[in-house]
Design a protein around this ligand. Structure first.
Ligand SMILES: [Zn+2]
Length: 115
């Protein structure tokens, strides 16, 4: 069978012989998961919008995210370190655009703070 992502030949799993379209390569699996997720989101566009309106769900989701962040501080740290240069470039660009927009509006406070 031919992988729809990398076009390489692969041996499908015996359980998914007819349905498997992507090979087991981690990069292809990642793309497959992302594609599946966006296809699902297209089929269920209101799913999270409706969930977010429920205060109970929101409180739980917030608590879950906070728990994850406190448990995986090392991973957040590693990610931040890995992407620090990109983040700096992004922030520099962001602030440049922000100041330019503020300037056209005539907002002096933002310019003077010079972040
Ligand atoms: Zn592949």
């Amino acid at each position: 069978m031919t992988c729809i992502y990398c076009q390489k030949q692969f041996e499908p799993s015996k359980y998914r012989k007819t349905k498997q379209k992507a090979c087991g390569d981690p990069a292809c699996q990642k793309r497959r998961q992302r594609d599946n997720l966006s296809a699902w989101q297209e089929r269920n566009p209101l799913y999270y919008r409706i969930k977010r309106m429920d205060p109970g769900w929101r409180a739980k989701a917030r608590a879950r995210a906070k728990r994850w962040r406190t448990r995986h501080k090392d991973r957040i740290q590693a990610y931040r370190q890995q992407t620090m240069e990109q983040y700096r470039i992004y922030m520099r660009e962001y602030m440049r655009r922000y100041r330019a927009a503020a300037k056209t509006k005539g907002d002096r406070k933002v310019q003077e703070s010079g972040v």
